[in-house]
Design a protein around this ligand. Structure first.
Ligand code: HGY
Ligand code: MN
Ligand code: MN
Length: 413
């Protein structure tokens, strides 16, 4: 009986592709900056598309600008899909999102060079703008809001020209929607972006579910005035109000029983002059929890606190939702396969929730999804210090490859 050697990914090639991609948007201190729709994002998309073609995939761009690489199966029909994002936060590492995309391409390279085809077609997807609007996977899930202004950039740039730059088309974005007849299952490989796996000393994370998320843009309006001639009891100081709101958001997250997290990561003071009482402050809030109902309760409390602060400081505020993603649970059949694969590969694993958001949670609204984590050194991410070793990346990619070989048998045609 001929023993077919188990297929394995080429870890060195995967590592080289991670480093080559990180050269685009490279920062002086080894980090990366490749914000969605930037010149760097466009260059990175070109490079990844060329790798998909070299790996034997047909490549198309959908109306949301998602790059969809497709490796034919013996049969046409619903694909087994993987992928993630290559856009980054303004100061990032080289693994967040990129590992999932490049491991997917590496998996197809290995199948192609060994003349192996699954029954199912395989798709590797690069989702558009995961770090801010999540519009790529939201469009594929049919969850894009009708109002384009909801997706306007921080600097006010509308979404239409952004999508056109990457081959998308806002007017036809509804055509990006897919369903279970199109994608039988979706599995995303991602760095954990937290410290649980490192703390437990486990090389693989089996993700049980992904937290829900809300993001808000808040504008606090006071009255710009002279810092010297305006008595303290006659001020409408927008920054004093904003500072109290930042502390209120933190207080609610720290003191409410539960595992929610809340962050104000963006604050812009106007006119931002030493000798002028601030007239306006813009800030942005990020709120997450595994329970939608709990998130709604936290938001209600936050709005109550903001109304009291505005009244006490003589200011006014507007609060606009800029992102909402529902919590998503991983599909049991996918979790079972990942578990079996880890045992077969003799890789220890831990089951855990994802406290970062991912494209997989939007795709989980149209088909079965699951996630595989690999450790983040010191739990760091969204930072130039983000690091996962080549061996850990290779282990994750091998779990992805073997998971796809198994899912091909599990998911019916
Ligand atoms: O913010 C997040 O959780 C993800 O990295 N976009
Ligand atoms: Mn990510
Ligand atoms: Mn991220």
């Amino acid at each position: 009986m001929t023993v077919v050697p188990m297929l394995v990914v080429n870890g060195d090639r995967l590592d080289r592709s991670l480093y080559q991609l990180a050269e685009i948007g490279k920062l002086p201190n080894k980090g990366v900056s490749r914000v969605a729709f930037s010149t760097e994002d466009l260059l990175a998309r070109q490079l990844v598309r060329s790798w998909m073609v070299e790996a034997g995939m047909n490549v198309r761009i959908d109306a949301a600008g998602n790059i969809v690489g497709r490796y034919a199966g013996w049969r046409a029909g619903a694909a087994l899909a993987t992928g993630s994002h290559i856009d980054t936060v303004p100061v990032a590492g080289r693994y967040d999102g990129c590992l999932g995309v490049l491991a997917g391409i590496e998996m197809v390279r290995v199948l192609n060079e060994n003349n192996v085809r699954l029954n199912h077609p395989i798709e590797v997807i690069v989702f558009t703008d995961e770090e801010r609007s999540v519009i790529g996977s939201k469009a594929m899930a049919g969850e894009v809001k009708e109002e384009p202004e909801y997706y306007a950039r921080l600097d006010g740039t509308p979404i239409h020209p952004c999508l056109e730059k990457i081959g998308g088309n806002w007017a036809k974005i509804a055509t990006a929607k897919r369903d279970r007849s199109d994608i039988a299952a979706f599995v995303e490989l991602h760095v954990e972006q937290g410290g649980v796996l490192e703390h437990l000393g486990k090389p693989i994370g089996l993700v049980e579910g992904i937290v829900g998320q809300y993001r808000f843009a808040v504008s606090i309006i006071g009255r710009m005035n002279h810092a010297g001639t305006t008595p303290m009891d006659m001020r409408k100081d927008a920054l004093v109000a904003a500072a109290q709101m930042v502390l209120a958001v933190n207080k609610i997250a720290v003191e409410t029983p539960g595992e929610q997290v809340a962050t104000v990561g963006y604050l812009n003071v106007s006119p931002n002059a030493t000798n002028t009482v601030p007239g306006k402050v813009d800030l942005r809030i990020d709120l997450r929890d595994l329970s939608q109902a709990h998130l709604e309760e936290l938001i209600w409390r936050m709005k109550e606190e903001f109304r009291a602060i505005a009244a006490a400081t003589g200011t006014e505020f507007t609060l606009r939702e800029t992102l909402h993603i529902l919590p998503t649970l991983s599909a049991p059949p996918i979790k079972d396969v990942i578990q079996q694969v880890c045992k077969r590969l003799n890789l220890d694993y831990a089951c855990l929730p994802s406290r970062a958001g991912h494209d997989a949670q939007e795709i989980g609204r149209i088909t079965d999804t699951g996630m595989i984590f690999v450790p983040s050194q010191h739990g760091i991410s969204h930072s130039e210090d983000e690091y996962t070793s080549p061996d850990e990346c290779t282990q994750g990619a091998n779990v992805l490859l073997q998971t796809f070989l198994e899912l091909d048998k599990v998911y019916p045609f």
